[in-house]
Design a protein. Structure first.
Length: 433
């Protein structure tokens, strides 16, 4: 007899949609199971809430919560945890405590997973006083033992506010509580090159990470390599990339970062080392990305040798790799640094890529365009190509997640933005109008 799918099978299929944040696909599975007279249970609604929470959609998450109750199901701790996670993912905190009250009214008590989502919602939006308050409530009033994830959330929050001293004090609290720092603890402190870290901070915590003997995944290696690249230490970035290769975890992202660091450090020997790493990775079966080609063009971008950068991009396309946001940004910055500045070429390239429909006008692309053509013309092009609305939404979301802070991105592909900005011959075009 042919075995019929059960509610558990459909629940698993719905949950799998979270990986790609595919809300519509998850709902189609719910519709299909009901069409086949397989009735949803509470776990079905939890799965739907899990997908919408991962998709940063509190409204959709709450909708499924309410529908579960309407269908006669009783929400459980997992249901509320999904609601808290949706708020955290969306960077919204206004309704968090109201939902905590609603949860407690049902007779349920927050577990450490729920508390971590609540603490994370506040920490991720830099409301560290509230985050610390809920850490105290979890440990004191609720009698819960904080775990390493709790402390990592607090560390990340303090780091995002630039308060490294407070972040390091939380590490000590973690140890005093009988817990051991994990890889995330260290990488939160080391950074990934996206935001500024002092050289001494990167040095101290990367040494501690190495001494801890923890097993690093590819993401952790990328972070440490990015941090060393950002403090302009190509030697240490290369040393960590070598460890990554030895572990068989090398990625194109890490390769682009170390190549960028080596190329920018100057000298024929460093350039040769960069090419050797590229050749080694290709031999190991890695497919190069536009970011690697952009990294090879770093010096030419600084010098404004746009013809060399164009030649590199043409070679990339000849190799069967399409231009993406990193490579477009690199080319636009080369036009911006050229003497005389190649505004018309920048505008033509930007239009061609946008009208091709394969690329979005990301924040980093628009910043590079602004450097090349000026603020007024950049705004006009956005309106002409109807890009303003999308960029404004991204700008507002960035402001929401980083209140009081709105700065240009610190990295273009694998390159520190600050260094690129200093190289511009016309810095006035970088200021916000």
């Amino acid at each position: 007899l042919k075995r019929q799918p059960t509610v558990a099978h459909y629940n698993a299929l719905i949950s799998a949609c979270a990986a790609k944040k595919d809300i519509e696909r998850a709902d189609r599975w719910r519709f299909r199971m009901q069409a086949l007279e397989v009735m949803p249970d509470m776990e079905t609604y939890n799965a739907l809430m899990y997908v919408t929470a991962k998709s940063a959609s509190p409204e959709e998450t709450q909708k499924w919560f309410e529908e579960a109750e309407t269908a006669g199901h009783t929400p459980n701790i997992e249901s509320f945890r999904n609601v808290f996670h949706s708020f955290r993912q969306a960077g919204e905190t206004a309704e968090v405590e109201r939902w905590i009250e609603r949860m407690m009214e049902t007779g349920l008590q927050l577990d450490i997973g729920c508390c971590n989502e609540v603490i994370g919602a506040f920490a991720d939006t830099k409301m560290m006083q509230k985050a610390e308050e809920w850490m105290a409530i979890a440990e004191g009033s609720l009698g819960l033992k904080l775990n390493t994830e709790t402390y990592n959330i607090a560390i990340g929050g303090h780091v995002s506010m630039g308060n490294m001293e407070r972040a390091e004090s939380v590490v000590q609290r973690l140890v005093d509580d009988g817990l051991q720092p994990n890889v995330q603890t260290y990488t939160s402190l080391i950074g990934d090159g996206t935001y500024h870290r002092d050289l001494l901070v990167v040095d101290r915590w990367s040494k501690d990470l190495e001494a801890a003997g923890l097993e690093l995944d590819a993401t952790a290696f990328e972070s440490v390599i990015g941090a060393w690249s950002a403090v302009n230490n190509a030697e240490r970035a290369e040393a960590w990339f070598s460890k990554m290769v030895e572990a068989g975890l090398q990625t194109s992202t890490a390769l682009a970062t170390v190549v960028d660091a080596l190329v920018l450090s100057g000298g024929a020997e460093s350039a040769e080392a960069a090419q050797e790493w590229i050749d080694q990775c290709i031999a190991a079966g890695m497919k190069l990305t536009p970011a690697v080609y952009a990294a090879l063009s770093s010096v030419d971008v600084f010098s404004g040798d746009f013809e060399q950068v164009e030649a590199r991009m043409q070679q990339m396309e000849a190799d069967g790799i399409d231009m993406d946001e990193d490579s477009l940004t690199t080319l636009l910055l080369a036009y911006a640094n050229a003497e005389p500045q190649q505004s018309q070429l920048a505008e033509q390239m930007f239009k061609a890529q946008m009208l091709g429909g394969k690329m979005r006008a990301s924040r980093q692309v628009l910043e590079a365009l602004r450097a090349a053509v000026g603020g007024g013309r950049c705004l006009a092009l956005r309106r002409e190509l109807k890009l303003a609305e999308d960029f404004t939404k991204e700008q507002e979301r960035t402001k929401m997640l980083n209140p009081g802070e709105w700065t240009p991105p610190t990295r273009i592909g694998s390159k520190p933005w600050a260094a690129l900005a200093e190289a511009l011959k016309k810095p006035k075009q970088l200021s916000w109008e």
